[in-house]
Design a protein around this ligand. Structure first.
Ligand code: HEC
Ligand code: HEC
Length: 268
């Protein structure tokens, strides 16, 4: 009888110890987490691909390029590079941004309901379930985080380099490839003329007089302040529809090249 009791006590103690050991074995749990993350990214790669042999492939690669770098040379690749600092910055403002853009499509990116980027979520009739969306979102998020770690290169202050910044920083999504404007941003081909105060269909921010004065005095400085933070500098902090661009998204040298490009378009 005593022996039996001892046995029960021993077994209980042993299982309690094992449980405690499992629960507190952090390295092992970290290993499992890493393995899980790797699996998720691998699944994300399958979904991103356009591999006809993969039933789960969603074909993001057809528009964003096989590795998601977009395609400056290939006109068939119409989607933007997804390895960018600007994407990392958007994730800082809203950690759910990539999930929203993938689930509900390009309207989240540019406000354009006819955007070429489709909506993918089952919820809105798209082809991907939540688990698949999470995998591809994890992949794209990891790309943006990697891009943020890359050292910032000095951008030469030329029109050509500025044109590249215009695309890479995402201005193109709202203001169009030719600065002609679109659903989410006004035509900016004529900044510097009276158009500055007369954006058709777009609310004009309250600081218009200040904007005009600043522009006339120093167009470069005006554009710096406007692009960095139009709300803070010209609208008493209230949003203007033009998002801020911190140094994390557009470095100082990139901003200067961008402004050189913009001013060249307006003939200044
Ligand atoms: C038919 C072409 C096409 C396909 C397929 C496509 N995209 Fe896009 N994607 C675009 C375009 C174009 C944009 C820019 C949208 C805009 O500005 O309206 C975009 C934008 C994005 C953005 C926002 C980028 C940013 O910097 O804000 C993300 C993230 C994205 N796509 C991820 C994906 C993923 C993931 C898939 C696959 C599930 C996918 N895309 C499939 C064309 C496509
Ligand atoms: C999400 C859409 C969006 C993006 C991205 C965007 N803009 Fe804008 N932009 C707007 C809107 C909307 C306005 C008009 C704001 C207002 O008047 O309240 C505007 C106004 C402007 C103006 C006119 C300022 C003036 O009155 O003369 C310039 C120049 C401009 N944007 C440049 C840029 C550049 C350069 C980028 C990229 C770094 C960019 N925008 C990115 C939406 C956008």
């Amino acid at each position: 009888m005593r022996l039996k009791t001892l046995g029960v006590v021993l077994v209980t103690a042993l299982s309690a110890f094992t449980l405690l050991y499992w629960l507190t074995d952090n390295p092992r749990r970290d290993e499992i987490a890493v393995a899980h993350e790797e699996e998720l990214l691998e699944y994300g790669e399958v979904i991103f691909s356009a591999d006809p042999a993969e039933p789960a492939a969603a074909g993001c690669a057809t528009c964003h390029g096989p590795e998601g770098f977009g395609g400056e040379e290939d006109a068939a690749i119409i989607g933007p590079n997804l390895h960018t600092r600007s994407l990392a910055e958007k994730l800082k403002v809203n950690s759910n941004y990539v999930h929203l853009a993938v689930s509900y499509g390009g309207v989240v990116v540019s406000g354009n309901v006819n955007s070429a980027m489709p909506a993918w979520s089952y919820e809105v009739g798209g082809p991907l379930n939540e688990q698949q969306i999470e995998a591809v979102v994890a992949l794209v998020t990891s790309w943006a985080e990697e891009a943020e770690q890359e050292p910032i290169e000095d951008v030469p202050n030329t029109e050509e380099a500025g044109a590249e910044v215009y695309t890479a920083a995402g201005c193109v999504a709202c203001h169009g490839a030719e600065l002609e404007g679109g659903a989410a941003g006004p035509n900016i081909q004529t900044i510097g003329s009276d158009v500055i105060t007369e954006f058709e269909n777009f609310p004009t921010p309250s600081g218009v007089d200040q904007m005009v004065a600043d522009y006339e005095e120093d167009p470069r400085l005006f554009l710096e302040k406007w692009i960095r933070d139009s709300a803070a500098n010209y609208n008493d902090g209230a949003p203007t529809g033009m998002p801020p661009h911190s140094e994390g998204a557009v470095s100082e040298s990139a901003l200067q090249a961008l402004i050189t490009f913009l001013l060249a378009q307006t003939g200044e």
